[in-house]
Design a protein around this ligand. Structure first.
Ligand code: PGA
Length: 261
């Protein structure tokens, strides 16, 4: 059985002074053991959020990690620095591919760095609007997944990998993909992981949807058996929205568990 995961990406919002309170409030409003919950605050708020979430069952994630272990990289944060602060890390988010020019080669190395330090990676992939409109969405996502995973000979279970399919045109726009399109892409992602050498357990790979998810839209995605949760941006800063999203995810988690028994 694949877990249901709701991960909050706070992006460049909150400060060390207010992030802990917001995290604690969200934890108390989403206290559902069936759903894996992760909050990814900015680096500078990791320590405050970690402290606020102690004993809550909500895990902490970082939003990025550098592809080298150490070195002359001013302003960057390496995987060993995150140990003790975060258990998860987002890798290859489209805003980083866009703004920091992150390449598939760097994303591939970032995954290695995360695994070396015992961090659970959420690999983000997704096509641009023009790529979808010209029928190239699948090819783009295939090449991102292949680029990220090739050469990694880890067993999926020990790797703890999660993939988030986030069509770039749906991020922060209020526009979502159709549930059926997201599910079709989740199948493509698992098939590509299998082709990259993860064949034995690609079916166990959790795939999340991301892009303008709210408590109103989450149901459409969780209704798809291929989708295992969501990476939530804007709505993840709102405790009411997170409560609604996680409550809906709990319904799916229970239903899938019963069906699997
Ligand atoms: P959004 O962001 O929910 O605000 O669209 C999602 C993401 O970027 O992970």
């Amino acid at each position: 059985m694949r877990p249901i995961v709701i991960a909050a990406n706070w992006k460049m919002h909150t400060t060390p002074a207010d992030a802990g309170d917001l995290a604690a409030l969200i934890a108390s409003r989403t206290d559902v053991p069936e759903v894996v919950r992760v909050i990814c605050p900015p680096f500078v708020a990791l320590s405050a959020v970690r402290d606020a979430l102690l004993g809550s069952g909500v895990a902490v994630g970082a939003q990025n990690v550098h592809h080298e272990r150490t070195g002359a990289f001013t302003g960057e944060v390496s995987a060993p620095m995150l140990v003790g602060l975060a258990e998860w890390v987002l890798i290859g988010h489209s805003e980083r591919r866009r703004d920091a020019g992150e390449t598939d080669t760097q994303v591939n190395a970032k995954l290695e760095r995360a695994w070396e330090s015992g961090l659970r990676p959420v690999l983000c992939v997704g096509e641009q609007l023009g790529e979808r409109e010209s029928g190239r969405a699948e090819g783009v996502v295939r090449s991102q997944v292949l680029g990220a995973l090739q050469g990694h000979a880890l067993a999926l279970r020990s790797a703890g990998l999660v993939v988030a399919y986030e069509p770039v045109w749906a991020i922060g726009t209020g526009r979502t993909a159709r549930g059926s399109d997201a599910a079709a892409m989740a199948d493509v992602i698992r098939e590509t992981a299998a082709n990259a050498g993860w064949a034995a357990d690609a079916a166990d790979l959790p795939v999340l949807y991301g892009g303008s998810v709210t408590s109103a839209s989450i149901g459409e995605f969780l209704a798809e058996a291929a989708i295992d949760g969501a990476l939530v941006g804007g709505a993840s800063l709102k405790p009411d929205e997170m409560a609604g999203i996680v409550a809906r995810a709990a319904v799916t988690a229970r239903a899938r568990r019963e069906a699997g028994e």
